[in-house]
Design a protein. Sequence first.
Length: 152
Amino acid sequence: MSQLSPDQQRMFLPAAVLVVPLAVLLFAQWPLRDLVQAYSRQANDFAQIIFALYVAVAVTAASTAGTHLSAAHGAVKPGRWRGWALLACVGPWSLFMLWSIAGPALDSARLLEKFSETLDPGFFVIKLALLLLVVLVLAQALLRALRPPSPG
């Protein structure tokens, strides 16, 4: 996260620390399944929730830091037109996604939807994380398009 400003680092840090419990839960699945012979599915369910939240924020953090995969990353001098081009590409997709998933995601949250195989609570968090991802991507595109031109 070194290419982020201190404010951006503070904003993305809570999501970044999710990597630790995610790794622990993914590692714990095998001992739970083989030695304890219980709770491996619950560990997997909770890891899915953490992973969804992490990815929802990590995509925006990586794009903000300029470390996200991109076909033309660094090939073209950044200019104001790139922000508007990004918004022209991402905006319609984001608006369509918001239109198509907001209702089901909010219904899922209202019903506290569970994982279908284990009936563990929390599946609704994954749907809300998708909504968060789309909102963050759209907000980032809007901010880049509306950013004042940098000198030089």
